[in-house]
Design a protein around this ligand. Structure first.
Ligand SMILES: [Zn+2]
Length: 189
């Protein structure tokens, strides 16, 4: 995170739970229905999840997404754009939004669907446009609001979010050849 997140202007209540059983996240927030925002560490690498959990919040089910810290930060950086498009959709103004957050992960929205999709895409061989995979999550606007509130403060609990550089500043990034920023290597993503 290049700038300190704004924790002054949080709206609504933010429910923070700690779970010392199976998942042991440092941050966990219920964002509606069975969906939770939480972190995990696997083999020394931290991931951020928007995932369904079972009733005891101890085990994740298959429905949900796992983001790298870099992609989570990209998602955080586009929250204002998503809010603008939610407003447009609520006013039934024609709009289509698709924003790449790295590695073929996209945030998409479209008038007629009161949903924010965060989904992984892929480019089939010989295809000219990317296709959605089944790996993703669809959020109602209320769930998105809860996610937005959580993303504004999760770095206080998962501080390594603040030390991850955007890809374009990292050593892995080579202009036009970065598999994170241009995973299909053809300008599509
Ligand atoms: Zn890159």
């Amino acid at each position: 995170m290049s700038e300190k997140r704004d924790t002054e202007n949080l709206t609504g209540s933010v429910e923070i739970q700690r779970d010392d059983r199976a998942l042991k996240p440092r941050y966990m927030q219920h964002i509606g229905k069975e969906l939770y925002l939480f972190d995990s560490v696997f083999n020394g690498t931290t991931y951020i999840h928007v995932q369904e959990l079972d009733r005891e919040n101890t085990r994740s089910t298959l429905n949900g997404i796992t983001l790298t810290l870099q992609r989570c930060n990209e998602l955080y950086s586009i929250l204002p754009e998503v809010v603008i498009h939610i407003d447009q959709i609520r006013r039934s103004e024609p709009t289509f939004y698709r924003r790449h957050i790295g590695g073929n992960w996209y945030v998409t929205m479209e008038t007629g669907f009161n949903t924010v999709y965060i989904r992984k895409f892929w480019l089939p061989d010989n295809a000219t446009s990317i296709r959605a995979t089944g790996n993703g999550v669809s959020l109602s606007f209320n769930q998105f609001d809860e996610l937005k509130n959580g993303l504004r403060i999760i770095d206080s609990f998962v501080p390594e979010l603040n030390s991850v550089m955007p890809c374009y500043l990292s050593g892995n990034h080579l202009r036009d050849l970065c598999i994170e920023c241009s995973p299909n290597n053809n300008g599509i993503a």
